[in-house]
Write a protein that binds this ligand. Structure first.
Ligand code: ADP
Length: 355
């Protein structure tokens, strides 16, 4: 039965703070051995969701299940769920070894000194810090602190680890390296990671599946490819930072937006009509070009190199910024004249129409 194979499950969880509803009727079921990213803009409820699962917050309504057991009213320290904080929360006066050993040495369960030593060394090895056991945590780098924080959680052998923006405090290079390491550590252990991030790139790169939160509700829960190719709502398309999303109206299969009125065949059901075209599916043509398919005139503003692609920024007469991505594998970058008008064109089949 699906329920029994779920490592954790939320049923209709609602959480409010004063007048603010942080989570609205959230239901979610996750089976074991998976990397789940939790993506959403600031204030969408990501941390609250993590804190409810961890037991730092009690929901106003709804239930939380872990390994088939209702843990809604079980205190955090009795849940056996690991938590890695963004600010690492290490003991500054202790060594790497003692930080990692702390939970085992001071827990309710009696663990022999030999077992503590074996498990602590194993966890330190797993996060790549072997040899640093005796260092004080003030003598190690930010990336190494993050590894200690992770080891300290993993040493308790949790089957579920919650990570709240764990890479947020690291610089870009280190962040990329830690992404791969986190994924491989999780695979080695075969446990479930639920990783909160505000970065769409991180969420798509790391998650086996991605939960997208929008104003306290789950807007989409799917594999990264699906979220990327088929965002469930205009807001999801917007958060992904990969789509130009146009507002407009939809009536009798005609979408009217800043580019005029277009007949549409398929639509994705949504409360709010919108028309989305991926950055890399827009072509830049000379002003006045009469190609086939929908298009919008726009003025070239600036470009930005991203390594494997170039982003071009245009602005429409209404002041909407349109982004066009050119993958360098498809050819050398183009140069456009700032403040000059171009025609941005796409194929109707490449658009996602919500309504
Ligand atoms: P995220 O992690 O996605 O940025 P949060 O879960 O932190 O979002 O916050 C969701 C909403 O709940 C926000 O509007 C936030 O201001 C509010 N909120 C979160 N924690 C508290 C709190 N302890 N007291 C009051 N409001 C809170």
């Amino acid at each position: 039965m699906a329920e029994e194979s779920a490592i954790f499950r939320l049923e209709g969880v609602t959480k409010t703070y004063g007048g603010v509803t942080a989570l609205r009727d959230v239901s979610l079921s996750v089976s074991g051995n998976e990397y789940i990213s939790l993506l959403g803009p600031s204030g969408s409820g990501k941390s609250t969701l993590l804190r409810v699962i961890a037991g730092f917050e009690t929901p106003d309504r709804g239930r939380v299940f872990f390994n088939g057991r209702d843990i809604t009213n079980i205190p955090a320290h009795e849940r056996g769920i690991g938590f890695v904080f963004q600010n690492f929360a290490l003991f500054p006066h202790l060594t790497v070894y003692d930080n990692v050993a702390f939970g085992l040495a001071n827990g309710e369960k009696q663990v022999s000194r030999d077992e503590i030593d074996r498990r602590v060394r194993e966890a330190i090895g797993l996060v790549g810090l072997a040899g640093m056991e005796g260092r004080g945590v003030h003598q190690i780098s930010g990336g190494q602190k993050q590894r200690v924080a992770l080891a300290r959680t993993l040493v308790m052998a949790p089957s579920l680890v919650l990570l709240d923006e764990p890479l947020g405090a690291l610089d870009a290079n280190l962040r990329n390296r830690m992404r791969n390491e986190l994924r491989s550590i999780r695979e080695t252990l075969g446990v479930t990671f639920l990783h909160v991030t505000g970065s769409e790139t991180e969420a798509l790169a790391m998650g086996d599946r991605v939960v997208v939160l929008d104003r306290g509700r789950i807007a989409q829960f799917a594999k990264p490819d699906d979220v990327y190719a088929r965002p469930a709502t205009p807001n999801v398309a917007h958060f992904l930072n990969r789509y130009n999303v146009f507002d407009g109206t939809l009536k009798d299969k005609i979408f009217s937006g800043p580019f005029g009125s277009l007949a549409v065949s398929a639509t994705t059901p949504s409360d709010k009509p919108a028309y989305a075209v991926r950055y890399d599916r827009m072509q830049v043509e000379p002003d006045g070009s009469k190609g086939s398919g929908p298009a919008i005139p726009a003025t070239f503003v600036a470009s930005e190199y991203l390594g494997s692609s170039v982003m071009y920024f245009f602005e429409t007469a209404e002041g909407k910024v349109i982004e066009v991505e050119h993958h360098l594998s498809l050819g050398a970058p183009k140069t456009y004249e700032p403040k000059s008008r171009y025609m941005l064109r796409w194929k109707p089949d490449d658009a996602i129409v919500f309504g």
